[in-house]
Design a protein around this ligand. Structure first.
Ligand SMILES: [Zn+2]
Length: 266
């Protein structure tokens, strides 16, 4: 029997669950008396209490999440872990997490923290562009992720999420900063939309086998492995466009900062 008790203690610690306090130690938020009884659980599984004097029902508010726990969530959002997994690990509600994510995603700048490689203004910038398939809410709602990668530093300069048409390719080209667009050569695969959106003197289409777009293809693969809504054959996928865009931009901006640490190391 003792083993079972030990197991339950360890299990509740592992699941990060606080043991609900005894009703005797509580006071009513309305009449301040301490005749409190347990009164079942709420829809979200929290212990409900009821004051025997005035009939007021209440649940205990959870303590505020520490800054360390919030930082941990920021890091977990960059790994291939489902949102419900994060909720279970840190004992937060999905509603709270979605709200927190929205705030985090809003802090990502439009330029994804991209920084020009040192002394690159004097040379031709070699960029690789490619698109990868994803979906939002249902598989029929295809959302192609178009990316442009700068070869020397491995950073992502621009991202466009939309269909696979010329319009998306043109929107991607428009997102490149003008000073960078002026002396850049873009390598893509043979997808026609790219050829029509990029000026021909700045565009080269190469076959997959040439290896000229291997960096961006490798990056796409990494993106799919790390951003949970993009992992294939799972039940974790984005339910709305804003979260989809947010999760991708958040990962890209972190990836850029990581690349800068490697390539601009003093
Ligand atoms: Zn009361």
């Amino acid at each position: 029997m003792k083993n079972r008790e030990q197991f339950l203690v360890i299990d509740s610690a592992m699941n990060n669950q606080e043991v609900a306090p005894q009703a005797d130690n509580l006071t009513c938020p309305r009449c301040q008396l301490s005749h409190i009884k347990r009164n079942g659980h709420t829809y979200y599984g929290k212990q409900n209490y009821r004051c025997q004097c005035c009939g007021r029902q209440f649940v205990l508010r959870r303590q505020k999440l520490s800054d360390e726990a919030k930082q941990l969530i920021c890091r977990l959002l960059l790994e291939r872990i489902s949102l419900r997994g994060i909720c279970r690990l840190l004992d937060v509600s999905l509603c709270w997490l979605l709200n927190f994510m929205r705030q985090i995603y809003q802090t990502v700048p439009d330029d994804l923290f991209f920084r020009m490689p040192k002394e690159s203004e004097f040379e031709l910038l070699c960029l690789e562009a490619d698109e990868m398939w994803s979906f939002v809410e249902r598989k029929s709602n295809k959302q192609w992720i178009w990316l442009v990668l700068e070869r020397r530093s491995g950073q992502i300069i621009a991202v466009q999420i939309g269909d696979r048409s010329e319009k998306s390719a043109a929107a991607l080209w428009q997102k490149l900063p003008p000073e960078l667009k002026a002396n850049a050569l873009i390598l893509t695969d043979h997808w026609e939309a790219c050829a029509s959106a990029i000026p021909p003197e700045q565009h080269t289409a190469c076959g997959k086998r040439s290896g000229q777009t291997s960096l961006i293809e490798g990056f796409n693969c990494r993106l799919r492995q790390r951003v949970s809504p993009l992992v294939r054959k799972t039940t974790s996928f984005s339910k709305n466009q804003a979260n989809h865009q947010g999760a991708i931009n958040y990962f890209l901006s972190h990836s850029n900062l990581e690349r800068q640490k490697l390539t601009f190391a003093v």
